[in-house]
Design a protein around this ligand. Sequence first.
Ligand code: ATP
Ligand code: MG
Ligand code: MG
Ligand code: MG
Length: 440
Amino acid sequence: MRLSRYFLPVLKENPAEAQIVSHRLMLRAGMIKQATAGIYSWLPLGFKVLRKIENIVHEEQIRAGHNPILMPVLQSADLWRESGRYDDYGKEMLRMQDRHGRDMLYTPTAEELVTDIFRAHVGSYKDLPMTLYQIQWKFRDEVRPRFGVMRGREFLMKDGYNFDLTKEDALHAYNRHLVSYLRTYERMGLQAIPMRADSGPIGGDDTHEFLVLAETGESGVFYDSEITDLKFGDREIDYDSVDQCQSVLEEFTSRYARTDDTHEESVFHERVPEERRREGRGIEVGQIFYFGTKYSEPMGATVQGPDGKPVPVHMGSHGIGVSRLVGAIIEASHDDKGIIWPEGVTPFHVGIVNLKQGDEKADEACEALYKSVEALGLEPLYDDRDERAGGKFATMDLIGLPWRITVGPRGLKNGVVELTSRRTGESEELPPEQAIAKLA
Ligand code: ATP
Ligand code: MG
Ligand code: MG
Ligand code: MG
């Protein structure tokens, strides 16, 4: 992409409405534009990151054997009356009527809708286990939408639902989700710690939230410092293996780690020696639940068991805050100049800065670098505007691409360009081919 043709409306000033760094940087880097309270348009740079995050979530869900679907954002209230949640859900649900006076709602979550699909099409235990998931917009009329996309009213969520014959099978699905989430967040350059949580309005027995440690997080967190040393890494896992998934769950959840909803000071002190006790704040980027037959029973989602008798399926639901993650990643990875994108989600891999646009040699060298970067299967963003070098550098630092290649007539005379790492700030002068080789 060439910056001269890209829509990147960067702001020079700090927007007054932004209270936290990720919101400020997303506005300054031209990633989003507020449409109205808690509702945002995604501009090209923000949209690109959102799509990258979405892709990682899809890839990891599919790797875990889950089926992607897409359900509508508008639902009929009838299903929610069947489950008994319509009146209970409260003011976070945006309710409306169509022209015939039928009660509708904008989906805040989709347990009912997916259970309705399941009961229409699945009749036998032989079709289980089954997990359906979608990445779709949700609406919750939050009392205090704030922090940009971190607490929006409209937000993008991955929501997955498992259907199993027994509690045991459903707990395996729970564990499978935990493992897939660990992989998912690590691919985004994040450490998200599973913490024992409270089930809230979705209801259920077993639940963990995934928290990214950050000062600006809305949850209080209490944990054993040993937990921050755990990494899933690139280990191979067989998602069908009950034992393998169970052992990952044990590894990642056996140490004390809880949010303020479930924290017990006495247990914390009993289980964690003082020097390892940590208290802080965290951003909830996902949650997994097992809730058994809470929806399948009232909604009649049964399958015929091996003995021919109908049994209500055991279910769970599992969410990832896809749009919130954009903010969470920035909270976890920035400096005073701007964003520092982890490689896995960066909108472009390399920024090419031409110090003297219009200089024949510099232009040529930039064009050649552009093609070489593309040939590696990486995406370049070429600042080909006729602007001061200082402004170009500031923009590149703000939008946080992992690498910058700076090209100018003076360097070219010596046969070199400059390769700079956004994360370390270190620069090297290299012949163009060697700079490209370093990116490969
Ligand atoms: P919170 O405690 O932050 O209100 P939640 O527990 O109500 O979140 P869940 O029902 O668990 O949310 O939804 C799954 C995920 O969707 C959350 O872990 C979070 O990452 C994301 N999410 C929830 N509400 C919002 C929101 N208002 N804006 C952006 N993302 C959200
Ligand atoms: Mg909430
Ligand atoms: Mg929560
Ligand atoms: Mg939650």
